[in-house]
Structures are given as structure tokens and as C-alpha cells.
Design a protein around this ligand. Structure first.
Ligand SMILES: Cc1cc2nc3c(=O)[nH]c(=O)nc-3n(C[C@H](O)[C@H](O)[C@H](O)COP(=O)(O)O)c2cc1C
Length: 237
């Protein structure tokens, strides 16, 4: 799996073809989901036909077409790192789907828990869903319009990090991959700070912790190494 190629190619796609995702692609995604759930104690679940669940999604309804397959990102309510971990593992799934030629979009918002499709336990929290589907090579006019509304410009690299020395190349490599990461309402809220030889990543508000997980995984896929979990978590290479 060429994650860097997927980072370069990925954009949010909200209009899908009216055909189901092929079974072998569903299986590949399910294999990853099972592996990540075990590794990180999550409860992510792929629903091959989640269109009914999507009708209960108030905020984003209307911007999407032919939603069928969804990945429900959920886990234990008591897990302090839940949002960040779902950001990290959800984005790996997004990139893997991108690598298989599928379109994806992260969706936060209000869910109807009683629609009989979403299966969220009492002790679980549903954080986001990811829509996955077959896409046309070219975006439709409507998709371009929606993208124009939701996608303000990409922040310059210098807006995403602070450094007390001239930024080393590995830091810039990581930041360039972060520039291509999806974020809720394209806020790009994650800041990287390199001081006294230590790199940390942070967000100002808790509600951006999913974006933190996404940004960290883009960084490490490009620059190597890994980040400790948590807001202001340290990077080790
Ligand atoms: C956590 C999260 C939540 C999002 N929620 C929505 C949503 O509810 N509706 C929507 O249309 N797009 C949503 N998006 C997609 C963003 O609008 C999109 O990632 C951003 O505009 C950047 O565009 P790009 O993904 O095409 O690079 C979400 C993205 C993230 C990371």
C-alpha cells in the first residue's frame, strides 16, 4: 500500500456512483478494521449498506449522493484518547480506500442512533462516520460546488508549525503531508511546535482531537517515526 501516493491523490468525494463497492475491497477494508480494532481497542464497523443511517444525519444531508457503504468510527466512551485514535485509524482506512480507487469523505454531525442500522452500545461513543463508494474519475458540477463551499484554501506550511531553529527537512516533509490532510470544515487546526529539539503537536480545543489524530498520521507516514498519544504528544524518530 503506497500511503504517500494516497495522501497526494485523496480529496473528499461526496457523490458516488450507484454501484456497490466490490466484495474484495470490502473484505480488504474489513481486514484492516479488525486489525486496528484489536491494536487500539476500538470498535470501528463497516456497514455495506448504511444509506438508512445516513438519512438520519441532519447537518450534511443533501451534500451527499448515493451513499451506501459507511465506516462507523466508535469505541469506548471512557477511552480518553478515543477521538484521536479514531482520527489516526480512520485516516489509515481512508488512505487504503483511496489506494483502491474508492472515494471517501469524513462526516461528523448528528446521528440518529435509533435507526436500526447504527449499532452503538451504551458504553460506546460514535465520533464520526466515513462514507466510502465508487466514484467517477471527474468530479460532477455539484461536487465542485460543494467542495468550493467546504474547502477554503490550504494553509501555508509556516502557519502549521513553529520552530526555534531553521526547520529541518524531515519536519518540512511531515508538514507538507499534513497540509494535504482532511480536517473538519477544513479548519486545519493542528499546530506543530519544535523547541529544544522536541517536536509536539497540539490543538486548542478538545473538539479538534480527531483532526489531531489525522494530522499526526499524515506526518508520520511521510516523515517516519511516531507520536505519543495526547494533545501536545511528543514525536520520536
Ligand atoms: C473530522 C472531520 C469531519 C468532517 N465532517 C464533514 C461533514 O460533516 N460534512 C462534509 O461534507 N465534510 C466533512 N468533512 C470533510 C472536510 O470538509 C474536508 O476534509 C475539508 O474541507 C478538506 O477538503 P479535502 O478533504 O477535500 O482535502 C470532515 C472532515 C473531518 C476530518
Amino acid at each position: 500500500m503506497d500511503y504517500l501516493k494516497a495522501i497526494d491523490e485523496r480529496i473528499s468525494r461526496r457523490t458516488y456512483l450507484d454501484t456497490p463497492v466490490e466484495p474484495n475491497k470490502i473484505k480488504t477494508l474489513n481486514d484492516s478494521i479488525n486489525k486496528y480494532n484489536q491494536e487500539a481497542e476500538l470498535a470501528m464497523e463497516l456497514i455495506p449498506d448504511g444509506s438508512k443511517a445516513f438519512n438520519g444525519l441532519r447537518k450534511s444531508y443533501g451534500m451527499f449522493k448515493n451513499v451506501r457503504t459507511i465506516i462507523v468510527l466508535k469505541g469506548k466512551k471512557e477511552d480518553a484518547d478515543l477521538k484521536e485514535k479514531l482520527g489516526q485509524y480512520g485516516e489509515l482506512l481512508v488512505l487504503e480506500a483511496t489506494g483502491m480507487g474508492l472515494g471517501t469523505c469524513w462526516v461528523a454531525g448528528t446521528f440518529d442512533r435509533n435507526n436500526g442500522v447504527l449499532n452503538v452500545g451504551d458504553k460506546e461513543e460514535l465520533v464520526c462516520v466515513i462514507t466510502v463508494g465508487n466514484i467517477a474519475a471527474e468530479q460532477t458540477f455539484k461536487e465542485k460546488l460543494v467542495r468550493g463551499m467546504t474547502h477554503r484554501k490550504t494553509k501555508a506550511a509556516e502557519e502549521l508549525y513553529k520552530s526555534d531553529v531553521p526547520a529541518p527537512q524531515w519536519l518540512l516533509t511531515g508538514i507538507h503531508a499534513v497540509q494535504k490532510a482532511p480536517s473538519a470544515v477544513n479548519l486545519q487546526p493542528v499546530k506543530f511546535e519544535f523547541r529544544n529539539g522536541i517536536l509536539t503537536a497540539n490543538v486548542e480545543e478538545e473538539r479538534y482531537l480527531t483532526d489531531l489524530g489525522i494530522a499526526k498520521v499524515h506526518f508520520t507516514l511521510a516523515a517516519g517515526g511516531n507520536f505519543e498519544l495526547g494533545n501536545h504528544g511528543e514525536y520520536h524518530n
